[in-house]
Design a protein around this ligand. Sequence first.
Ligand SMILES: [Zn+2]
Length: 501
Amino acid sequence: MQGWWRASLVAAVLAGLASCQTMIAPAPRTVALAIEDVTVIDPESRRVLVHRSVYVDGGRIVAVAPARARKDYAARRTVDGGGRYLIPGLLDMHSHLFLPDPGAPTLNLMLANGVTGIREMSGDCWEVAGARSGCIGEFKALQAKIKAGEIPGPDLVSIASPMVMGPASAQVPKGVDSFIVPRTPEEARRLARYLKSRGADLIKTHDSLTLPVFAALGDEAGRLGFETAGHVPFGVAVTALARHNFRSIEHARDLLYDCSRYGAEFRRSAGAFAEGKAAKRPEEGTRLARTVNEFDPDLCRSTLTALAGNGTFYVPTHVTREMDARAADAAYRSDATRKYVPRPRDAEWDRDLDRTAKSSADMARLYQAFFRHGLKITGLAHQAGVPIMAGTDANDTMIVPGFSLHRELRLLAEAGLAPMEILRAATTVPAAYLRREADLGGISPGKEADLLLLGRNPLDDIGNSASIVAVMANGRLYDRRALDALLVEAERLARSARPAP
Ligand SMILES: [Zn+2]
């Protein structure tokens, strides 16, 4: 009896549990969007997950689940991810909207190319010197409209101050307070406080700053809870930057100097120019040739190891060095994406290309060598653990917004980075730089749903980053038709653009 009783009790309890479970099994939660049965490439974990469904609601990822499992979610809209690849939205960590120019062509081009976030590297004007446009209020207003989904575009994830230059390269206009071109540490500290009060996320530095001014600017920025980034001052080795809250080196240039035996001499003589103790900077041809020819692998290794230890980020913008190297190359100049560039800017680009191309054959060879050498140093920097970020200098000569980021990714492949590491340079590493790992840089629950659906696998060939089927940004889905419409509109705006009066 006892055995029977026990067995039936167990059976009853089990039945109870089963019916209980049936009773409490929740109805599938309704979410805004499901991307069904896709291959998820998550650069943050470096994992590839096949046959997953990604559920999105309120602009965030709510779940990444096996596609064929029981469905916990029902979606109002579904996208077929079969045979496709999902990666996080790309970040261009060095770009320029050049407000008050109309932002629209740039914003459209960025979004149509899957760029869902940009670090704006000239996001304020010198209002204190009388500027009334291109000021930070315009950038913030634009950012708010983009975030609210009122206009399509990438999020402005970081907005830099105007470039802070030293007296060797800039003059203070008459009647303007001299601290905007700081000569002393005291002026630099005042300037840092002023720029903080403007609401900039970082102070952009120019190479013409002297060490004492650069140090005071960065130290005060750190005290105020922000930072500097940009061009490395002539007289300052890259390994000394982190001490002064300098967080990212822009452009494939400074790192190359400090990887050569010529570097110390260059820093001394260019530093003397910044301090007003020398009339000229070192001559360009000499600078390029000696930097390449006097490359020192041991010195380079110790420089890069120190840089990695400091946690200084590197944004090589190889596409800008490519412009120097290929200014005379007809195929390069006739790039089809120039049709998206507003006519006045496109004409300016031609003039700049002509100027660069007109230099001697020797200079052209040096530009090419410097460009290739830059790729090599980026490969070494990556191996040494320096965090590399993708950036383009968008809207500078021949840098067509959006398209140029995919070009930069291909150049990072030429530098020797594996496809997953290149994806990280445009997603996970920028998220770490921005200290926004909770929101950006991967595909997992809780992150912002900035996503790219690709037709081909970017891990097979990073060029496939451009095989964009759909983009999700700021809670909105843009399918291929919507993306093409953005491009058509950008082309129309480019064609009708007139020079500023
Ligand atoms: Zn720039």
